[in-house]
Write a protein that binds this ligand. Sequence first.
Ligand code: DX5
Ligand code: ZN
Length: 219
Amino acid sequence: MRVWVLPSLLSADFLHLSKDIKTMEQAGADAFHLDVMDGQFVPNISYGLPVIRAVRSATDLPLDVHLMTENPEQFIDEYARIGVDMLSFHIEATHHAHSLVKSIQDKGMRAGVALNPQTPVSSVEHLVGDVDFILIMSVNPGFGGQSFISHCLDKVHKLTQIKNEYNLTFDIEVDGGINDDTAKQCLAAGANLLVSGSHLFNTDNAENAITMMRDVNES
Ligand code: DX5
Ligand code: ZN
C-alpha cells in the first residue's frame, strides 16, 4: 500500500514558509497538507487562497487542502486554478456532498471527505464508491498540537473493512496528533496518508521523523 507522510503547514514558521517547505521536501515529505479555517466551522482562522497560491509557487509536491469551513462549495474553481491536487471538505458542512465530490473531480482534483471525531463512518457510506480519499480527524479540528483521540482508530478499521468488502481503492487519511507511535497504530488499522504538524515541525531532524513514520509500516 502506498504510504504518504504529509507535513501540515499549520505548524510551519509563517515568516519562513519557503525555508520550512524546502526542509520538509529534503526530509522526504510526499505532499503538503494545508488547513483552511474560517472561524465559523472551527473556532480558529488560518489562511486561504493567497497563501496557498504562494505555497504552490514554492514546491512541486502535491498540495492537499483540507477545508475546515462552512460553504465548502464556494472557492472550488480557485483551488483548481491554483493547482491544488487534493481537496477535502467536511461532511458536516454540506447537504450536497455527492455533487461536491463530483464537481471537485470534474475540475481535475482528487476529492476527499473529512469526518470530525464525533461523526460516524455511516455518514459517508454513500460516498465510498465515489471519493478518492476519506479524512479521519483524530483531534478536534481547529488547532495543531493536540493529543490523538484513539477511538478514531475504530473508524479507520471500519473504513478498511468497507474497502475490503467492496474492493474499493480510496485512500484513508488520518489528521491530528500523529507521531511515531500513533502513526504505527493508524497504519496497522489501514490508513495510508499520515498528516503530521507539530511532531514534524518541532523536531530537529525531520528526515529521521519521516523515516520513523515509514519504518513503522515496515516493522
Ligand atoms: C487540525 C488540523 C491539522 C493539524 C494537525 O485541525 O486539521 O492538520 O495541523 O496538527 P498536529 O499534527 O499538530 O495535531
Ligand atoms: Zn488538517
